[in-house]
Design a protein around this ligand. Structure first.
Ligand code: AMP
Length: 289
């Protein structure tokens, strides 16, 4: 595996790869775990060349403390990527990615106006900035994103549309990888104390239980039950729980109002902000799942 730190080296390494094969890109912020590696495995299975970027993107952090405490484990990341069969680890500095301030404002529309949008002002614009740069530099055939960040995938699809499609680039969404107790894997989990780590699975367990409940209760009752149940656990505070249309991200009022129904949650466990989601049902035949 090649470790590349500059954009010019990345472009020249890929010019050849792209001329005779497919390129899969997996954007990450490092501190890699099995969730990330499941994306790399999917990319490895479908592409001739696999590029994984490892870059803690400052423009998507609206909270400086979160940026400062974000785990950075480059050596371990490289070992894991080598083991997962990546061809290139792209690990640029902030100056390399942003030689000038990126002042672009993306018109991300309604998908970015809800949930993480208002809660983390500027976050999705920062995500669009960094991912569009990565797409420009890499020109991938396919790019892989995890459904843990469910709304982010809709935002990326919108950004791709705004940028003209990147030559038919396919956005591949990948299922959430969980620990055996149900907690969604996340780089932030290492910041949980051992007591908090024991409590944190209440998020996914409650979401799962709510799927059965949804058969008998209204959407609003289910939504409130999830929030109230999680809030009763020590350390836990739900920031929002929204039940949305899985394509438009817009909150729905009744189960019958959508064909693709997903519950998206953000909850604090102590100081650590955790996100998760669950699909209640998906009756669409759309590829954009
Ligand atoms: P991050 O490093 O947190 O920016 O994540 C990089 C990519 O890995 C994003 O597309 C995430 O959605 C994805 N990812 C992170 N955690 C998981 C997980 N537990 N399961 C599946 N994908 C994940």
């Amino acid at each position: 595996m090649k470790i590349i730190r500059t954009v010019s080296e990345l472009k020249s390494a890929l010019a050849e790869a792209r001329s005779h094969g497919t390129v899969g890109l997996v954007p990450t912020m490092g501190a890699l775990h099995d969730g990330h590696l499941s994306l790399v495995a999917k990319a490895r299975a479908a592409n001739d060349t696999v590029v994984v970027s490892v870059f803690v993107n400052p423009t998507q952090f609206n909270n400086p403390a979160d940026l400062a405490t974000y785990p950075r484990t480059e050596e371990a990341d490289c070992r894991l990527l080598e083991g997962a069969g990546a061809d290139i680890a792209f690990i640029p500095t902030v100056d390399e990615m942003y030689p000038q301030e990126d002042t672009r404002v993306f018109d991300l529309g309604p998908v970015a106006d809800v949930m993480e949008g208002p809660m983390r002002p500027g976050h999705f614009n920062g995500v669009a900035q960094v991912v569009s740069k990565l797409f420009d530099f890499t020109r991938p055939t396919r790019a892989y994103f995890g459904e843990k960040d469910f709304q982010q995938i809709a935002v990326i699809r919108r950004m791709v549309e705004l940028q003209g499609g990147y030559d038919g680039l396919e956005i591949v969404s990948c299922p959430i990888k969980r620990h055996s107790d149900g907690l969604a894997m996340s780089s932030r989990n290492v910041r949980l104390s051992s007591e908090q780590r024991e409590v944190a699975p209440c998020i996914s367990l409650t979401l799962k239980a709510s799927v059965n409940m949804a058969r008998e209760r209204s959407l609003e009752e289910t939504r409130r039950w999830v929030t109230d149940t999680i809030d009763r656990f020590p350390f836990m505070k739900v920031e929002y729980y929204e039940i949305v249309d899985g394509l438009t991200m817009q909150p729905v009022k009744n189960w019958e109002d959508t064909e693709y129904c997903v519950g998206c949650i953000t909850a604090y466990c102590g100081e650590v902000r955790l996100i998760d989601n669950i699909t209640y049902f998906n009756h669409t035949t759309s590829d954009a799942k």
